[in-house]
Design a protein around this ligand. Structure first.
Ligand code: URP
Ligand code: ZN
Ligand code: ZN
Ligand code: ZN
Length: 523
C-alpha cells in the first residue's frame, strides 16, 4: 500500500514519516479529487490523529469530525521542497528566513516538508548537525537534512558514517563552486563519492567550475563591470555544463548515484540527459527560478535609460551595450538565472522525465543584505526566494500550459521524495482549487524578505487549505502555525537508486579479469 519505493522516487519508507501523535483531530475532506503520483479518483479522505485512515467515496462520520468540502477541488499530498537554505550563514551574512518564517511561508504555499542543508561548523559535520537541530527547534512542519561536505580528512570521512548511521542523513552535497569558501577539489569530490557509495548515501553536486568562475569574475572586474550584471556574465552556462559533465563522469567512474541540484541551463540538462540515456543513475533537480524566470526583465529600467545615454556618448565603446544594463541584486543566485530559452528547455526536460523533481533553493536575503555587494557583485549574497511560490508556479507553468498532467504534478512536487494520500500515511495534505487564482507580491508573502523575484505574477490555481499532521494550518488566507510542532524526519540510506550498484560492480570486476588473464597467458 505504501509508496515506499515508488518506481520513480528518491524516497524513503513511509514508516519513518513522523507527525503521528501530535494531534487528536478528526477531519473529513469531502468530495474532492484525490491526486497521487500515478492516479486520481473522486473520494473522501478521513484523517484521525494525524494519520489518513480511509480514502474512499461517501465516508460517514460522527458529528465531532471537522468537515472540509473539497468538491471541484484537488486533494493532494503536501509539497516537499528538496532544496532550501533556512537560517544559513553565507557570504558574510545569514538568510533572513529562519526555520519558522521560512516554514510558515512554505505552508502558506502548500509545501509541508522541506529538506535543508546542514553546513559544517569548522569542517565538523556533527557540530553542524547539532547547530542546525538548534536552529530548527522552532519548526512548524516536517523537515529533513542533507549535509554539505566542505573539506576532507579522516574525521570528515568518519563523521559521514555517524551522520548516516546515527543522525538520519542520507545525502551529502559537494560544492564545485564558491572558491575560497565552500568549494571542494576534484580529489575531494572523488573521495566523497566513494564514501557516499560505501554508506549508501546520495551524492549531490552544485555544479559550476569554481576556478573558472573566479577567472570570469576577474575578467568582469578588469572590464570595470562591478554591478550585479557582472554576476551572470562571469559564470556562463558553459561552466555549469562543464562541472555537471565532470561530476557525472566521476560518479560513473565510482559507480554511485548522483543528484545534480539547481540545474539552470541547457548545457547542464543535456549532460544529465546523455547520462540517463546511457543508463547512469543521475537525478536532475531544476528549481523554480530556473524554470519560470529568464534574464529579460531582470534589468533595472532606470539604469537601462542611463546606460543608453552613456553609450550614446560612446564612452563605453569597448563594452557591449548589453553589459551596461544593471542587473538587479535581488535576482543574484548561483548558478545564475539564464537568458530566455533555458527556462523553456528546462520545462520540456521536466515534462519528459529528463529532470525529475522541482526544488526552490529558497535562500533569502533582504535588500539591505543584498546591498553588501553594491560596489562589487562578488559580494552580493547569492540566493532567491521560492518556498512559498513553488507549488503555484509549477502548477501554472507546467500543468496549465498542458506540459504535465495533474498526477505528474504530484510526483514532481512531492512523491519523488515520499508524499502520498494513502491509508496509513501521515496527513500532510493540501486542498487545491484549480479554478481559483493566485497572485504573488512582496508585500503579501510570508517570507521575511522585502523583495520577491516573482513579484506581480498571477496565475491559475490556488492552495486553499494546508493540513499538517491532521491539523489545518492554512485556510482562508490565514496561517495558524505552532512553533516547535515540526518534526525532524530521518532518512535511511540505500534508497532504490542503489539497487543494482553491487551487480554492476561485480560485472566490472569480472570484465577486468579477462585482460588480466590474457596478460598472464601471453607472458
Ligand atoms: O545562490 C544560491 N544558490 N544560494 C544558495 C546556496 C547554493 O548554492 O545552493
Ligand atoms: Zn511512482
Ligand atoms: Zn548550490
Ligand atoms: Zn542551494
Amino acid at each position: 500500500q505504501s509508496n515506499q519505493f515508488c518506481d520513480a522516487g528518491v524516497g524513503y519508507p513511509e514508516s519513518t514519516c513522523g507527525f503521528s501523535s501530535s494531534s487528536s483531530s478528526k477531519l473529513l475532506i469531502k468530495g474532492g479529487t484525490v491526486l497521487n503520483a500515478h492516479q486520481q479518483e473522486v473520494a473522501d479522505v478521513y484523517v484521525e490523529d494525524g494519520i489518513i485512515v480511509a480514502v474512499k467515496p461517501n465516508i460517514k462520520v460522527d458529528e465531532d469530525v471537522t468537515l472540509l468540502d473539497a468538491t471541484g477541488k484537488y486533494v493532494m499530498p503536501g509539497g516537499i521542497d528538496p532544496h532550501t537554505h533556512l537560517a544559513m550563514e553565507f557570504m558574510g551574512t545569514e538568510t533572513i528566513d529562519d526555520f519558522f518564517s521560512g516554514q510558515a511561508a512554505a505552508l502558506a504555499g502548500g509545501t509541508t516538508m522541506h529538506i535543508d542543508f546542514v553546513i559544517p561548523v569548522n569542517g565538523s559535520l556533527v557540530a553542524g548537525f547539532e547547530a542546525y537541530k538548534k536552529k530548527a527547534k522552532k519548526s512548524c512542519m516536517n523537515y529533513g537534512f542533507h549535509t554539505a561536505i566542505t573539506k576532507w580528512d579522516e574525521s570528515v570521512s568518519r563523521e559521514m558514517e555517524i551522520m548516516v548511521k546515527e543522525k538520519g542523513i542520507n545525502s551529502f552535497k559537494f560544492f564545485m563552486a564558491y572558491k575560497g569558501s565552500l568549494m571542494i577539489s576534484d580529489e575531494l569530490l572523488l573521495q566523497g563519492l566513494e564514501r557516499c557509495k560505501s554508506l549508501g548515501a546520495l551524492a549531490m553536486v552544485h555544479a559550476e567550475n569554481g576556478d573558472a568562475v573566479f577567472e570570469g569574475q576577474k575578467r568582469m572586474i578588469d572590464l570595470g563591470i562591478t554591478g550585479p550584471e557582472g554576476h551572470a556574465l562571469s559564470r556562463p552556462p558553459v561552466l555549469e555544463g562543464e562541472a555537471t559533465a565532470r561530476a557525472i563522469r566521476l560518479a560513473k567512474f565510482v559507480n554511485t548515484p548522483l543528484y545534480v541540484v539547481h540545474v539552470m541551463s541547457i548545457d547542464a540538462m543535456e549532460e544529465i540527459a546523455r547520462a540517463r540515456k546511457s543508463g547512469q543513475k543521475v537525478i536532475g533537480e531544476p528549481v523554480v527560478s530556473g524554470l519560470v524566470l529568464n534574464d529579460s526583465g531582470l534589468w533595472d529600467p532606470d539604469f537601462v535609460t542611463a546606460a543608453k545615454q552613456e553609450s550614446s556618448r560612446t564612452i563605453f565603446s569597448s563594452i557591449t551595450f548589453y553589459q551596461l544594463y544593471k542587473y538587479i541584486e535581488m535576482y543574484v543566485m548561483s548558478p545564475p538565472i539564464r537568458e530566455s530559452g533555458h527556462d523553456k528547455a528546462l520545462q520540456a526536460a521536466l515534462s519528459t522525465g529528463v529532470l525529475q523533481l522541482v526544488g526552490t533553493d529558497h535562500c533569502t536575503f533582504n535588500s539591505t543584505q543584498k546591498a553588501l555587494g553594491v560596489d562589487d557583485f562578488r559580494k552580493i549574497p547569492n540566493g532567491v526566494n521560492g518556498i512559498e511560490e513553488r507549488m503555484h508556479l509549477v502548477w501554472d507553468t507546467m500543468v496549465e500550459s498542458g506540459q504535465i498532467s495533474v498526477t505528474d504534478f504530484v510526483r514532481i512536487t512531492s512523491t519523488e521524495w515520499k508524499g502520498a494520500i494513502l491509508v496509513g500515511s501521515d496527513a500532510d495534505i493540501i486542498i487545491f482549487n484549480p479554478n481559483s487564482s493566485f497572485e504573488i507580491s512582496a508585500s503579501m508573502h510570508h517570507s521575511r524578505t522585502d523583495t520577491n523575484v516573482y513579484d506581480g505574477r498571477k496565475g491559475k490555481g490556488k492552495v486553499e487549505v494546508t493540513i499538517v499532521g491532521g491539523r489545518v494550518v492554512w485556510q482562508d488566507d490565514e496561517l495558524k502555525v505552532v512553533p516547535g510542532s515540526g518534526k525532524y524526519i530521518e532518512m535511511p540510506p540505500f534508497s532504490y537508486l542503489f539497487n543494482g550498484i553491487d551487480k554492476a560492480d561485480a560485472k566490472y570486476l569480472s570484465s577486468l579479469q579477462a585482460p588480466v588473464k590474457r596478460y598472464f597467458t601471453a607472458s
